[in-house]
Design a protein around this ligand. Structure first.
Ligand SMILES: Nc1ncnc2c1ncn2[C@@H]1O[C@H](COP(=O)(O)OP(=O)(O)OP(=O)(O)O)[C@@H](O)[C@H]1O
Ligand SMILES: [Mg+2]
Length: 606
């Protein structure tokens, strides 16, 4: 799984750009052709000027001829501007097409990636690829290609003409250009190192700043020792250092290039005067060479700016390309029809970072119509097991089956249709309550929304909001409490009507009251479904039909609450620890009622 292309060398970057921009080949050719015509017409005023001076100097000047020259210059200038604007119009339209296609293609690739690919670390890069990196290609297609092509054509045409007029003078005027380009190359050829460093620094700064901006209270309250802002300052320093290193590296050669391409007259003028004095050239030729020598500067200046951008563009292209090359979740060659039935983990082994397995040899069954609980210490691998079921990653060994069918033999859309997941961090979109619920099922009726919310014990809370189900929540709207959000995500999962529901720490954020409400919601949820519940708080799973105890990636016990407590193993130890912790807690009188109630429920339910 690659993140950023390691060090896209310049030519590889160009090859990638050529491939990405291939669909725009035809319009780009037309655009470049028009740009070349337009730039060639830039020579017309010089030619006219040359002819006029020659006429003036040899005394053959007459008004009619000047008028014709003036007309020719006027027409050429008009055509030049028209062709140039068409060239840019066509190149821009082509660029926008390519950008739109690339963005869609990246989106399609993202849609096919296993969910395990996405992480907070990557989200910044995905965002950058979709926005900034694709945008850089616009610069290449819309501006750089037509401008570079025309600059080169102008330069070559002017050079040929000058050589034809007076080759000695021409060489004197043009001689510095190759030196200038060599100096430019010296500055640019290893720029990818700097571009990579600057981009990485910017990414890092971006990510850290976004995190801090998202949680200002945490920063205010906890950052007395600079533990949070310290790394940001370091990131800023690195970003500045990266920019400085690049500037230092480039300052000399960049200035050298500009000086050299503007210095043509330094050689051409003395050489020209000397030739004129010797009688081996004439005044019109000298004026032309000096004028055109300065005119040639302009397109070279454009080429210079392009060279400066090209390493950024090719780096951006390589990032976009790397994103498009990511490996999709493998789909089965012959997908099996999905079956309703138990979820079976059969000797499942998986490593996040091989060779150390995160979970090893895990086997258990979650039956339809039952609650199966996964418990165990933090880091034991519970969430990993839940994610393996939804193919965030594929198992390294063993298999996971639903109703006897390996999840890898199901088409991913069939697999996802069977699953509803509620994660540790209940995520809601910035939208209305109803909008958030309909993420579960777009065509759900209002009655179905209400029914799901009643079952999830959240309906009354929603009804009390200013606009009921049409109340805007999330960013810019009303903030629901952690417990309310969790119940809302449970309602969303219920609405999905999926036969398998996985709740990962669904009650983690809840206060005792909403925890009880969530417990009730869960028991509503289980009817006819397979429910897998992951929890730290053992009370919330004590009534489960089956408790799977995971420790250090292995299943150490399976059974019902009472049997596991009696067995005196890992679960019993965890249970006793929890009771000791609770009795310490009870001292302040806070949770007495809640503790008793859950105990009663547990007694009645199991
Ligand atoms: N994407 C990942 N890449 C690498 N390692 C990971 C990844 N996700 C989890 N891990 C590691 O795998 C191990 C198991 O993590 P997991 O989240 O499954 O534990 P858990 O039992 O759910 O813990 P908790 O109860 O704290 O939620 C941990 O050591 C964790 O650091
Ligand atoms: Mg977890």
């Amino acid at each position: 799984m690659s993140d950023l292309p390691d060090r896209p060398d310049f030519t590889a970057g160009l090859r990638i750009l050529a491939r990405l921009c291939r669909p725009a080949l035809r319009p780009m050719l037309v655009s470049t052709g028009l740009a070349i015509v337009s730039t060639a017409l830039e020579l017309v005023p010089f030619v006219a000027f040359f002819l006029a001076i020659r006429d003036l100097l040899d005394g053959s000047a007459d008004g009619g001829r000047f008028l014709v020259l003036a007309l020719v210059v006027a027409v050429a200038s008009t055509v030049r501007f028209v062709t140039w604007s068409w060239a840019l119009k066509i190149s821009h339209l082509a660029a926008f097409d390519v950008m739109a296609d690339l963005r869609l293609e990246i989106a399609r690739t993202l849609a096919q990636l296993p969910l395990g690919w996405f992480s907070r670390r990557r989200s910044g890069k995905v965002q950058r690829a979709l926005t900034d990196d694709v945008q850089r290609l616009e610069v290449l297609l819309a501006h750089a290609i037509p401008e570079l092509a025309s600059a080169l054509v102008f330069w070559v045409a002017a050079a040929i003409w000058l050589l034809a007029v007076d080759w000695v003078l021409a060489l004197a005027a043009l001689g510095l250009a190759p030196v200038a380009f060599f100096v430019q190359w010296l500055g640019m050829h290893d720029s990818s190192v700097h571009v990579r460093r600057i981009t990485a620094a910017a990414d890092d700064l971006h990510g850290r700043a976004a995190e801090v901006l998202r949680h200002p209270p945490v920063v205010r309250l906890f950052d007395r020792f600079g533990t949070i802002t310290g790394p940001i300052e370091a990131a800023i320093d690195e970003a500045v250092a990266a920019d400085e290193a690049w500037s230092r590296r480039y300052a000399g050669t960049g200035t050298g290039f500009r000086v050299l391409i503007t210095a043509d007259f330094v050689i051409a003028l003395p050489v020209g005067v000397w030739l004129l004095a010797r009688g081996s050239t004439d005044a019109p030729s000298l004026v032309l060479v000096l004028l055109l020598g300065a005119g040639i500067l302009q397109p070279l200046e454009r080429a210079y700016r392009l060279g400066f951008r090209l390493s950024w563009i090719s780096y951006a292209g390589a990032t976009v390309d790397a994103m498009l090359q990511e490996t999709a979740l493998p789909e089965p060659r012959e997908p099996q029809p999905p079956q309703i039935g138990p979820v079976e983990f059969d000797r499942v082994t998986f490593a996040h970072e091989p060779p150390t397995p995160t979970v090893s040899d895990v086997s258990f069954r979650a039956e339809v119509g039952e609650v199966t609980a996964l418990v165990g210490p933090s880091g034991a691998g519970k969430s990993t097991l839940a994610r393996l079921l939804s193919r965030f990653w594929d198992v390294d060994d063993g298999s996971i089956r639903i109703g006897g069918v390996d999840v890898r033999d199901l088409h991913s859309s069939d697999l996802f249709a069977q699953l509803a997941l509620v994660f540790q961090d209940p995520f809601l979109f910035s939208d209305t309550v109803a909008g958030n619920l309909r993420v579960g099922r777009a065509d759900a009726t209002d009655e179905e929304l209400t029914a799901a919310c009643r079952a999830a014990r959240i309906h009354d809370t929603i009804a009390a909001l200013p606009n009921g189900y049409d109340t805007h929540i999330g960013a810019g709207g009303i903030d629901l409490s952690g417990g309310e959000r969790q119940r809302l995500t449970i309602a969303r999962a219920m609405l999905r009507n999926a036969p398998i529901v996985v709740l990962d720490e669904a009650t983690a954020m809840a206060d005792p009251d909403s925890e009880a409400a969530i417990q009730e919601a869960i028991s509503e949820l289980v009817a006819g479904r397979t429910l897998i519940v992951i929890a730290h708080r053992l009370r919330t799973v004590a009534s489960a039909d089956r408790i799977v105890v995971v420790d250090d990636g292995r299943v150490v016990e399976i059974g019902r609450h009472g049997d596991l407590v009696d067995a005196g193993g890992t679960y019993a130890t965890m249970w006793n620890d929890m009771r000791i912790a609770e009795s310490l807690h009870l001292g302040d009188g806070g949770h007495v009622g809640e503790g008793r109630r859950v105990d009663e429920r547990t007694g009645g339910g199991s």
